[in-house]
Design a protein around this ligand. Structure first.
Ligand code: ADP
Ligand code: MG
Length: 384
């Protein structure tokens, strides 16, 4: 049957994924923009050389430059849909019961938010809305096979090592304390964090959630731009599927992270009080670097606990999970040094190997099934 054919293709696909490893890096170079203030005939400093390779040069006269290769490289003409096509297998992994993390990394203005969130509800929409659509399609398919399916979303921001809930109710205290805790199965949860049940096909409800998050981000400070470039946002899809008849359950987590601008991390190599301040603001970002350096060295201790971001993402960054780094790059000459730093970190991440990812498909008894089922939201979406 068609469905068996699909299942077989998926099995093959998963096998290939496992052979290719569970940390991947995609690079994306954005086009020149009016705000870059360059001539129409300006040469981009960063250019794709193939589907996987790219070259960064130091200036218009530089012939030698630096060469890098990743799992995929997207040039300036590659649009949102084409990028998502390559990303969708990671979404599928979360749907299949894995802990998955996608993060966009790069200096401010390189295209991180464009890639993760995008704009509007047309061709320019980014990974977050497209991932939700994919969940909706898959949910429909599973339900035909007798599964119950539940999606809840949370959206938080880490600023200066403090977690804020971007989906808190309007009158809730913005300074409510949020702590990261560990479930018996190792997954993380955050105390006092709103989990919003969403029907993935209800685009209006999805848009409302995004609007609410944007509002909370902007009222958090008088200088919205500065805050958003110094804070990490983590949008999480919490997925639960239950097959009461077959007594099977699975849970997947998809973390979609739009990281703080990487430039302060590099500048913190400087000295003095400003460097110290920059370090504090960017503890999560430098800890992320430390984690990948340690994984790359196959160190016995990986310092996940050193920051909120790495502790929260530990299940996807360590043995059982899957991680995709999207390194965003600007083509301008003024960005070359920052681009080089980003590319070097990306190369470091690219060298890392995680263990074989672990899928959370479990057998459940009637009692477990009943409790999972009652915890499901029944997709009463919050639209008021
Ligand atoms: P960041 O989040 O890294 O600071 P943004 O995503 O906000 O950067 O991108 C900066 C500007 O560049 C935005 O106006 C965005 O719409 C635009 N931009 C980024 N990437 C692309 C792209 N691939 N194609 C077209 N415009 C882009
Ligand atoms: Mg941004």
């Amino acid at each position: 049957t068609i469905r068996e054919g699909q299942a077989e293709r998926r099995r093959m696909h998963n096998l290939i994924q496992e052979l290719r490893g569970n940390v991947r890096v995609f690079a994306r170079i954005r086009p020149f923009l009016p705000g870059d203030g360059v001539d129409d005939d300006a040469e981009p400093m960063c250019v794709p050389k193939s589907e996987v390779a790219l070259k960064l040069v130091n200036g218009p006269g530089d012939r030698k430059g630096y060469n890098f290769s990743f799992d995929r490289t997207f040039g300036p003409s590659v649009g949102q849909e084409a990028v998502f096509t390559e990303v969708s297998e990671f979404v599928q992994s979360a749907l299949d019961g894995y802990n998955v993390c996608l993060f966009s990394y790069g200096q401010t203005g390189s295209g991180k938010t464009h890639t993760m969130q995008g704009t509007g509800n047309g061709q320019m929409r980014g990974i977050i809305p497209r991932a939700i659509e994919q969940v909706g399609q898959y949910k429909e398919m599973l339900e035909k096979d007798g599964w119950q399916y539940d999606m809840q979303v949370s959206f938080l921001e880490i600023y200066n090592e403090t977690i804020r809930d971007l989906l808190r109710e309007g009158d809730a205290d913005p300074d409510l304390k949020h702590e990261i805790k560990v479930n018996p199965d190792g997954r993380r949860y955050v105390t006092n964090l709103n989990m919003v049940p969403l029907e993935p096909t209800d685009t209006e409800a999805v848009e409302e959630v995004m609007r609410q998050a944007a509002k909370h981000r902007s009222v958090a400070s008088t200088d919205m731009n500065a805050v958003s470039s110094r804070s990490h946002s983590v949008f999480t899809l919490h997925l639960t599927a239950l097959h009461p008849e077959n007594r099977q359950a699975l849970r997947g987590t998809l973390n979609l992270c739009d990281l703080a601008g990487s430039e302060r991390l590099d500048r913190s190599g400087a000295t003095g009080a400003r460097a110290k301040e920059a370090m504090a603001i960017n503890k999560s970002l430098s800890s992320l670097t430390d984690v990948f350096v340690s994984i790359g060295k196959k160190a016995s201790h990986i310092p996940f606990r050193n920051s909120k971001l790495t502790y929260l993402l530990q299940p996807s960054l360590s043995g059982d999970g899957k991680t995709l780094m999207l390194v965003n790059l600007s083509p301008t000459e003024a960005s070359v040094q920052e681009s080089l730093c980003s590319l070097r970190f990306a190369a470091q991440v690219n060298k890392c190997e995680l263990g074989k990812a672990k899928r959370s498909l479990e057998e459940v008894d009637d009692e477990d099934a009943a409790s999972i089922s009652s915890a499901m939201s029944g997709a009463v979406s919050r639209r008021s």
